[in-house]
Design a protein around this ligand. Sequence first.
Ligand code: SF4
Ligand code: SF4
Length: 368
Amino acid sequence: MDSAPDRAHRAELAQQCVKCGLCLPHCPTYGLAQMESESPRGRIALMAALAESPSLSGPFPHLDSCLGCQRCEAACPADVQYRTLLQLTRSAVPPALGLQERFMLWLLAHKPVLNSGLRLYRIVYSLLPRAWQILPKPDANGSDYSPDRADVAIFSGCVADVYEAGLRQHLLRLLNACGIQACIPAQQVCCGQAAAHAGKAQQARHLAATNRIVFIGYRKVLLLASGCSQALKESLGDSAQDAGDFLLSHSDALKFRSAGGLRVALHQPCTASDNGKSSAYLALLKRIPDLHIRLLPDRGCCGAAGLQQFSHAEQAAKLRQPILDAVAAESTDVLLSQNIGCRWHLANGSTVSVQHPLEFMAQFLHDT
Ligand code: SF4
Ligand code: SF4
């Protein structure tokens, strides 16, 4: 229900925009289309119109194509709360979702079905036509082992529950090497970010409420995917922390073997906690001897943006290309990215191995 007070609140948020246009060069979709309607300023004008004239009816493809990357918000001198405005608007005027996206969102909210479906998907993967292989093949080692209880927990989320089981074991090894025990609570659910991005505010609130109950009493909840970071920090507060930041602050005891001259490139997701600088992972990687690290230059959002890599595949592929070009410009053995959605999308267009920085790091850990 789009109430008058809700519309007034959205109109007020939109009015903060002074239309200076300083955000435009930072917007990936404006960079591609060079059209005002594909810019933050154009979208804010549309969202203001939707708040003031509820009778306007969609579809609104220029609003739907927004990546939610928040690059505009970071560049805005008037402190326009673009993300809040976008989420409130999408909640009132939901984006046009295809059958596939609606099914994916339903799966994200029903984790037991999702996990069973992904395990089945792994078994039949090689029999499927290429067009149906929309997600990478999940690893075979899809089960978690952790202590029953500890005061530090690891967030496993939705799709990562199956896809990152191996990564969570690597994190546990790294934490153990620092003298820290962590556990992986079984009842946790999706962070809700994809639902919020798709205008499913009620679904996002329900998921956040479940996680708040599951994680009561934990000193820290460690996040491996930067895409979950903002939603989890909003629902769990200060206890939610990016795994890289936490590990760095406890890493005195970590010792690594030589990487033998390997060359890695570190991608900076828009959602990284330090505004895309991935500095904790960079600092940790620098502890590995004989490793050549290159921080990829910022070439804009990779286009993954939640489910948009599927719903706006053409736009997503165009946005990805400058990043892949930067990877190809220097010989790179492994591309590292801390966000699962970015890794899927980058791997889909590249022959270079794409890994989470902690997965890469753990193979050089000196356990003794
Ligand atoms: S969103 Fe901010 S930077 Fe962009 S046009 Fe409005 S005031 Fe200027
Ligand atoms: S969130 Fe990203 S894609 Fe959307 S308007 Fe802002 S900069 Fe552009």
